[in-house]
Design a protein around this ligand. Structure first.
Ligand SMILES: *[C@@H]1O[C@H](CO)[C@@H](O)[C@H](O)[C@H]1NC(C)=O
Length: 312
């Protein structure tokens, strides 16, 4: 019976965020505006850091790398979501779904590790300022960045290896606007309890592990500053609070998707909006508008561009 009914699933259908027409129009405008800001803001950060020699330091290199990942991260899901909202066409091919999961996990893993590298950078700068230049050398910086990317890739390859051969025969509706492992695995025609456990263990462990590591290291940095002088604390706190907000907003939804054991409340797809549309815009906003060096670098860059225009 099972054998004869077996039909290959060649595409998946996204149920999206909402069925109501006005809500879809709102989401379309919201996603388009935010995606535009994400691309422009992050390109501006990358351009400013690359062009301005004053910003050639580990902190800004890491920041530019974070901007690059953020931009790719939302480009992976948001344009497709906008297209689906616009056209009413809601399918994704089987291969497309697997590729989306694969890239999603490379970028997500790398972003988490890069945030950890940024915390390490701040730890050395604040707690060991005399050793900063020797510890955070350009080589160290390249090592951290390439380490983040390779571990992200490794994590994603391991995850995909477990699910790529799953049989799919029946339901093909995904209650979200993008593909990710928890929903993908549930659609397979076999008992996937063990697989779900593996995914929760792998993605969940990385998410929770890096999250607690980051929170503990920020608390540690703040305590160190506090012991030295309470005047320094407020300055350090204003820098670090920005990092901490980004970390909580980025990790919160991931923890919900991978670790939250009660899937009856469909909040995870709405929380995913935070990861794809809100945190990617926070980095440029937080780091550029609140950072004097970044602002003056942008002023220099824009006056250079204006001069170039005048002289040409
Ligand atoms: C990422 O970091 C590396 C290593 O410091 C740096 O050479 C590179 O320019 C950075 N990438 C971007 C997009 O800024």
């Amino acid at each position: 019976m099972y054998e004869t009914n077996y039909t290959e699933v060649s595409e998946f259908i996204f149920l999206g965020l909402s069925n109501s027409r006005p809500m879809q129009h709102f989401l379309l405008v919201f996603a388009t505006v935010f995606y535009g800001m994400i691309v422009l803001g992050n390109l501006l950060v990358i351009l400013t850091v690359t062009c301005d020699l004053h910003l050639h330091s580990p902190m800004y290199f890491l920041l530019a790398n974070l901007s690059f990942i953020d931009m790719c991260f939302s480009t992976l899901t948001v344009p497709n979501m906008i297209f689906n909202l616009f056209s009413g066409h809601k399918t994704i091919s089987f291969q497309g779904c697997v590729v989306q999961i694969f890239i999603l996990h490379i970028l997500g893993g790398s972003e988490m590790l890069l945030l950890t590298a940024m915390a390490l950078d701040r730890y050395i700068a604040i707690c060991k300022p005399l050793h900063y230049l020797t510890l955070m050398s350009p080589r160290m910086c390249i090592l951290l960045v390439s380490g983040a990317w390779s571990l992200g890739l490794l994590h994603s390859v391991i995850q995909i290896a477990f699910v790529v051969h799953l049989p799919f025969c029946g339901p093909n509706k995904i209650d979200s606007f993008y593909c990710d492992l928890p929903w993908f695995i549930k659609l397979a025609c076999m008992d996937t309890y063990n697989l779900e456990f593996i995914v929760t263990a792998n993605s969940g462990f990385i998410t929770m592990g890096t999250f607690f590591l980051l929170i503990i290291s920020y608390i540690f940095i703040l305590l160190t500053v506090w012991k030295k002088s309470s005047a320094g604390l407020s300055k350090a706190f204003s820098t670090l609070s920005a990092h901490i907000i980004v970390v909580i907003l980025f990790f919160g939804p991931c923890i919900f998707v991978y670790v939250w054991p009660f899937p009856t409340v469909p909040v995870d797809k709405f929380l995913a909006i935070l990861d794809f549309l809100i945190t990617p815009i926070l980095n440029p906003v937080i780091y550029t508008l609140r950072n004097k060096d970044m602002m003056s670098a942008m002023r220099r860059l824009s006056s250079q561009l204006l001069n170039m225009k005048k002289s040409s």
